[in-house]
Structure formats: C-alpha cells, structure tokens
Design a protein around this ligand. Structure first.
Ligand code: PMP
Ligand code: GLU
Length: 389
C-alpha cells in the first residue's frame, strides 16, 4: 500500500526513539544510564493524582466539550493573568492532548502550501516536522553559541521573505535552556510586528527556570505583540504530567481559537476528561511541588555543568531554564549520531544527538534523572572521552 507524500517526508522523532530504546535495554537487564529523557523523572504529585481518581469515581468519564471543560479554561485564564500578566477570555483558549498537539493544531490552522515558518536553530525536533505536515516550509535561522543561542534582530530581518507567516519562539528553550529576557524580546518584536508575522510562543518550560531569571511572555510586550501571538503551554513539564496529555493554547482572537476548535472537533475531540480535572488541580492547587522539582533540577544542573566542563573534548554553556545541557563535542571530530551510537554501545550511556535539533556538533543531555545515575553516567562519559583516540 502506498504511503502519502505528506507522511513520507516526515522523520521519526529521535527524542522519543532513543528514550524508548534506552528504556527497552534497561528492561532487558542492561545497566543503561539514560540522559535521553525529555520528561521529569518525578512522580505526578499526589494531590493531582487524587483529582483524577475522584473524577473517575464520580463518573466524569464521558466526552467533554471538544476544546476543554469551562472549569479548566477558567483556571488557564487565571494562570495567564497571574503568572504572565496576560488577559485572555475562556473563548480564546483551546485545551488539547499535550502542548505538542496545540502546536500541531496551530500550524494546520495558519499554514497554506508553501508558507514559510522561521525556526531558530537549535530547535526542538518536532517543529520542522509539524510545519512540513501542514504544508509549510521550515526556514532555519541559525543562532550562535556566543550569543547564548538567541536570535539577533539583523539575522531575523534577513530571514523574513514575502512568504513568511510565522516565527517560533521557545523560551526557555529545548535543547539549549536559553531564556529571552524582556530586552531580547523587544529587540525582535518590531521586526515581527512590522511584517505581521504570527508568533508561536512555546512556553512549556516556563516554570523550570534558575538563577532568579524571570520568564516573560512575548504576548505581554504590548497590544501589537498580543495580537500576533499564540501562547502555548501545558502541565507536562511543570507538574510532571507528561503521560496525562494536557496542553493548551491562547489565541489572540476568538476567531482563531474557534478555527483551532473546528480542527479538534474533527480530529481528536476532547482531551481525556479526568486528566482535564487533574490539570485544574495542578494549576489551582498547591504550587510547592513545582518549586521542589525546580530546586532539584538546579542542583543537578550545577553538578553536571561543572563536571562536563572539566572533561576532555566536551563543553557546555550553563542553561538558564528547562532540563537539558547542549554540549559541544566538535573537538572529538565525530558527528553527533556517530558519537551517541558509540557511547551507547561502548559504555551504555544514552544521549540524544544534536543533528535533529539542527546542530551536528552537539549532543543533548537531560538532567531529568536521579543524582546517583547522573554521577554514574558522567563517570562513564569522562573515562570514555579520556580513552578516545
Ligand atoms: N515544546 C517543547 C519545546 C517540548 O520539549 C515539548 C516536550 N515534548 C513539548 C512542547 C510538548 O510537550 P507536551 O506535548 O508533553 O505537552
Ligand atoms: N520534548 C521532549 C524531548 O525533547 C519529549 C519527547 C518529545 O516529545 O519529543 O525529549
């Protein structure tokens, strides 16, 4: 049977594939240390789990409104107001099956065949594929490590063409952990506003932020920025709820959220009913769990950055947010796939190659794994690099 041209062009997700391979090796009894995880290693907090159990026992197990239950939309509006200084009404919110789904929906709604979407590189692996799936053309905009992996206004200006429809902003970033502060955002805002470019602001790592940095939402810069922006977020990373599949978007107008809603009506329908109830609890309940997780991530980050930068032929910039180190391996003269494959085969340490993030000179190490495992994995990496010819 033939496979459609649309799907033939789409690559497999290496983040999911490598994480799954490491898990499988572990289950078979291999002593694998995985730095692949794109998800917090903590359990979902008990008060959030209880909300789902209560919902199931109370019979909340049927279809809901396709774009999400009113109670959750209200909690999301309150979150945007309190955390981000953003005023949205419930009618501007669409709840989906994870932020990945929210992003997918946006590209389907805004892209026509041949429309260009500017993606700063390094980028999260799914952006390019989602744009392609919508018939769009990913335009890769390279950043420099020396600029903290952030887009500079001149470079952005050059990437804009008559076909540009959107720009993806991911702060804090996966895989670099860089954060755009207010002045970084202001420096690119005028170009985006002048050219009426839609901004897709992926803020999924907002709560995992260190060193007293402050998260700024692009839409909060002013009326014009707000009018161009889809703000995307979810509960996966902040509340360790990756398996629950709840993400959401806020659209600048009701017409746009309704367009996303129509797509969802005819594709997935509502996200899981009782997971929505848990998301309400996550957003409105006790937030100490988020602080505890972020504090633990910070400890691990500090330890890993110091160790990596003391090793031979590898280095990294200290990430300010998220839970990844994006490490430069160019001195080894190996491509990132080759490096990752050999490392896994020879030491049973799993890392993610940088090539699918746009940078073959780098690898990504997640610190969403316990301290003992981190120590063990870094010892192996250190010894392997020392022995490398
Ligand atoms: N954006 C980025 C940058 C991510 O790393 C992820 C993690 N998969 C997502 C969005 C989607 O997260 P989820 O679908 O679990 O909400
Ligand atoms: N976002 C995570 C990662 O980059 C999870 C895996 C995925 O959805 O790609 O590893």
């Amino acid at each position: 049977m033939k496979i459609s041209r649309r799907i033939e062009k789409v690559k497999e997700s290496p983040t999911l594939a490598i994480t799954a391979k490491a898990k499988e090796m572990k289950q078979k009894g291999d002593d694998v240390v995985s730095f692949g995880a794109g998800e917090p290693d903590f359990d979902t907090p008990p008060h959030i789990k209880s909300a789902a159990i209560k919902a199931i026992e109370g019979g909340f197990t049927k279809y809901t409104a396709s774009s999400g239950i009113p109670e959750l939309k209200k909690a999301i509006c309150e979150k945007f107001r309190d955390d981000n200084g953003l005023a949205y009404e419930s009618s501007q919110i669409v709840v989906s099956c994870g932020a990945k789904h929210s992003l997918y929906n946006i590209f389907q709604v805004i892209c026509d065949e041949g429309d260009e979407v500017i993606i700063p590189s390094p980028y999260w692996v799914s952006y390019t594929e989602m744009v392609r799936l919508a018939g769009g053309v990913p335009v890769i905009l390279d950043t420099k490590q020396a600029d903290g992996f952030k887009v500079k206004p001149d470079a952005l200006k050059k990437a804009v063409t008559k076909k540009t429809v959107a720009f993806i902003l991911n702060s804090p970033s996966n895989p670099t952990g860089c954060i755009y502060n207010r002045s970084d955002l202001e420096s690119i805002a005028d170009i985006l506003i002048d050219n009426k470019i839609t901004v897709i602001s992926d803020e999924i790592y907002e709560k995992l932020i260190y060193d007293g940095e402050k998260h700024v939402s692009f839409a909060s810069l002013g009326k014009e920025a707000y009018g161009l922006t889809f703000t995307v977020n979810g509960v996966s990373k902040a509340y360790s709820m990756t398996g629950w599949r709840i993400g959401y978007l806020a659209a600048p107008t009701k017409e746009l959220s309704a367009a996303v809603g129509r797509l969802q009506d005819h594709s997935t329908s509502n996200p899981v009913s009782f997971a929505q109830k848990s998301a309400v609890e996550a957003l409105k309940g006790d937030q100490r769990c988020v602080e505890q997780m972020a504090a633990e991530f910070k400890k691990r980050r500090d330890y890993m950055v110091e160790r990596i930068n003391s090793m031979k032929n590898i280095s990294c910039v200290k990430p300010r947010g998220a839970f990844y180190l994006f490490c430069d391996i160019s001195k080894t003269k190996m491509g990132s796939f080759d490096f990752s494959k050999k490392l896994l085969e020879e030491t049973k340490v799993a890392v993610i190659p940088g090539e699918p993030f746009g940078w073959d000179t780098h690898i990504r190490l997640s610190f969403a794994t316990g301290m003992d495992e981190i120590k063990k994995g870094l010892d192996r990496l250190d010894n392997w690099l020392k022995a490398l010819k």
